[in-house]
Write a protein that binds this ligand. Sequence first.
Ligand SMILES: CC(C)(COP(=O)(O)OP(=O)(O)OC[C@H]1O[C@@H](n2cnc3c(N)ncnc32)[C@H](O)[C@@H]1OP(=O)(O)O)[C@@H](O)C(=O)NCCC(=O)NCCS
Length: 161
Amino acid sequence: MIPVRLQPIGPADLDRIAALHAKCFPGESWDRQALGEVMAMPGAGAWQAVSAARGRIGETMGFVFDTAIAGQGEILTIGIAPLARRQGIARVLLENLFERHRKMKVAAITLEVAQDNIAAQRLYESEGFQIAGRRPAYYRRSGGASVDAWILRRMLVEERS
Ligand SMILES: CC(C)(COP(=O)(O)OP(=O)(O)OC[C@H]1O[C@@H](n2cnc3c(N)ncnc32)[C@H](O)[C@@H]1OP(=O)(O)O)[C@@H](O)C(=O)NCCC(=O)NCCS
């Protein structure tokens, strides 16, 4: 397990995050400018998981970009470095996002996931997301094929003790 700490993404991180985004979404990645535009959206959040492991200190292992506007949250993009997958880092980023959105009085969080992205679907299912709709031919693959998207939603209820 690679130990990580979470920190906000700043403008100085964007080249590094764009390079990692390209590894996570080959052929469909967002460049520095696109990521910067997302960060400038109202209610935007942008967080990274940074390695605290000896020999890899400071290396970005994962990121999430999201928005929280008028009680509605949205996950725009999330990715984990291939070498750091299946170690709970996406889960840590999502738990932090839930906490941030709770503080912003978000009632529900939505996202889109490709129907052929089984890893991401399992992740979201295990974090309480449910299918709320479908967007036909939402993603276009580099070979020209189109893939539907599931729209997933998770309610954020106040936890009472
Ligand atoms: C999807 C992705 C973000 C998951 O990140 P991760 O850090 O590896 O996920 P975690 O280790 O936190 O996994 C949490 C749970 O998700 C599920 N999961 C994650 N990867 C999985 C896989 N390859 N196959 C099946 N289930 C998987 C499991 O339930 C896992 O819990 P477990 O390991 O205890 O069984 C990562 O694979 C990735 O970056 N993929 C490319 C980019 C992408 O598809 N982003 C999502 C777009 S909607």
